[in-house]
Design a protein around this ligand. Structure first.
Ligand SMILES: [Zn+2]
Length: 69
């Protein structure tokens, strides 16, 4: 790693949370929400729980299709 890259690394802080693309196990609807969700996330189509807050990282019930960061 060059010194220039090390400087860039310091200037751009890593985000604390990442967004997840999660598909509902019941109906396949896909929703995006942060992995640090502080409220319960439910499927907008069928109402199935997709994630519940745990104080840190949310507990995910759906299938994580993609991590967006
Ligand atoms: Zn659903």
């Amino acid at each position: 790693m060059s010194s220039r890259e090390q400087i860039m690394e310091r200037l751009i802080p890593k985000p604390r949370s990442r967004f997840l693309l999660v598909s509902c196990l019941q109906c396949g609807n896909k929703q995006v929400f942060p992995d640090t969700a502080t409220v319960k996330v439910v499927c907008s189509v069928c109402g199935e729980s997709l994630a519940i807050p745990t104080g840190g990282k949310a507990k995910i019930f759906g299938r994580v299709e993609k991590i967006l960061d």
